[in-house]
Design a binder for this molecule. Structure first.
Ligand code: NDP
Ligand code: 8X3
Length: 251
């Protein structure tokens, strides 16, 4: 029996790896992201294993979020699992030097985008009296680090929303939990450093960073627990990392 999972930010990194593992484990997949070429390519790859549908929208555009999700064909309309993963850091600057557009992007995508997508899907889960929401937070949602200011604030908001959703959706039997990774080698740093590939690559030098598949494996574990088990909050580091600011390179 297939379940249905909607994955935001499925065109890259953690979201893509999550779509790949769920597609091979009896999930029909709704892939979301802005880059349509990547959505089409991943749909082709995963269609070998399952039924796949793509939705291209910017999570900042609330009209597009609701129109896209409400346009899902009947076969994909009963969403069992929502992976709220779309997000990025934009810049790594002190509060006094921060760029207002970067601040807007992080709050609008990581916080408001997650809220819009959730709001579009939660009523369907309430009607079904079942569902599972996985919020991808970060160690930056548990701790703050120098120059992380607004990104950390956006992920602290995800942490608060994860707790709040679990409380508010408790009467309806909906599972809610967060996974908070430390450093994962994805396009995250290329986005944070605005295409400065050398600076991005340096972020992962000298230690073995988590790979997107490591987080995807954990997401698969979390969603495949018996329904009475809700894994509420996980922090996952690479072994070389001990906190947001303690990282052992060149072991
Ligand atoms: P990537 O940059 O590889 O992936 C980000 C994904 O988010 C892409 O698929 C991108 O798709 C999507 N996305 C970004 N902006 C928007 C938008 N405005 N509308 C719709 N989709 C958007 O990074 P990761 O895989 O690392 O990041 C995934 C999540 O994991 C994020 O929430 C991030 O904060 C979190 N995280 C990452 C860590 C890391 O070290 N990498 C550690 C802890 C948490 P597209 O551009 O096609 O729209
Ligand atoms: C991504 C991890 O430490 O760069 O959320 O903030 S970190």
């Amino acid at each position: 029996m297939y379940k249905i999972a909607l994955v935001t930010g499925a065109t890259s990194g953690i979201g893509k790896a999550t779509a790949q593992i769920l597609a091979k484990n009896n999930y029909k997949i709704i892939l979301c992201g802005r880059r349509e070429d990547r959505l089409a390519e991943l749909k082709k790859e995963l269609s070998e294993f399952t039924e796949v549908c793509t939705l291209s929208f910017d999570v900042r555009d609330k009209k597009a979020v609701f129109e896209s999700i409400n346009s899902l064909p009947e076969a994909f309309s009963k969403i069992d699992v929502l992976i709220n993963n779309a997000g990025n850091a934009h810049g790594l600057d002190s509060i006094q030097n921060g760029d207002l557009d970067d601040w807007d992007a992080m709050i609008d995508i990581n916080v408001k985008g997650l809220l819009y997508v959730s709001k579009a899907i939660i009523p369907k889960m309430i009607e079904q009296k079942s569902g599972h929401i996985i919020n991808i937070g970060s160690i930056a949602g548990k701790e703050v680090y120098p120059n992380g200011n607004v990104y950390c604030a956006s992920k602290h908001a995800v942490d608060a929303l994860n707790q709040a959703m679990r409380m508010d959706l408790n009467p309806f039997g909906i599972r809610v939990g967060a996974i908070n990774p430390g450093m994962v080698e994805t396009e995250f740093s290329a986005v944070r450093f605005k295409g400065d590939t050398e600076r991005a690559a340096n972020a992962y030098k000298g230690f073995k960073a988590l790979q997107p598949e490591d987080i995807a494996d954990i997401i698969h574990f979390v969603v495949s627990r018996p329904y009475h088990v809700n894994i509420a909050d996980l922090i996952v580091y690479p072994t070389a990392q001990a906190s947001a600011t303690i990282l052992k390179r060149d072991l």
